[in-house]
Design a protein around this ligand. Sequence first.
Ligand code: PLP
Length: 231
Amino acid sequence: MGTADLNRETVTRYEAILSRISKAAFAAGRAADAVKLVAVTKTFEEAEILPVLEAGHRIFGENRVQEAMRKWPPLKERYPDIELHLVGPLQSNKARDAVALFDVIHTLDRPSLAAELQKAIGRLENRPAPRILVQVNTGYEPQKAGVEPEEAARLVEECRTRFGITVQGLMCIPPVDDDPETHFEMLARLGSELALPELSMGMSGDFETAISCGATMVRVGSAIFGERPAR
Ligand SMILES: *Cc1c(COP(=O)(O)O)cnc(C)c1O
């Protein structure tokens, strides 16, 4: 298949996802624009991303700071209204780079990282501070990033009082073998208890369920760009 055909297929899949998002929002009695699509482009290169940019999409997600630093500055130059989201774990020593590049960081999960983010935000001159979400490890998986649900309230409060960071919402990645709905419901309940407006939940396989549970951002990669090569 030629490049033009591949690009057309990507745009067709992208448009199908947009339409499924609107339908799921409608079915949940929510406005279509209450749910934002974060198109996750990890492992995909500029040539594969461009068709979706040209179709008008501007909100993208990456899960590694270094990969994003290589790919996105040239694209941001051409499309200044791109909104870039970090959806993967963040090491404290990359906080400064992350704050300089990303508009939304979904994965704050510890006070030491909040301290580094505060420092990095304090040094920013030419751009607004990124919006910050707290990642919650709703499945208590030892290998997974995120604060445990019982600790989320304390971290959100500590961000505000100690680090001057107003957390905008919560994010989770349910365990692969679990029914995601329980996890989405738990995150929604926590978000509502803490009066946080944003809920980042739902990926290619479960974004409609996440929308029915109140997701305001869904993070969809392979359903738009195709299967990813193994890292
Ligand atoms: C890769 C990734 C996604 C997108 O996953 P798909 O199943 O390809 O839609 C969403 N969230 C995070 C944190 C990711 O790393």
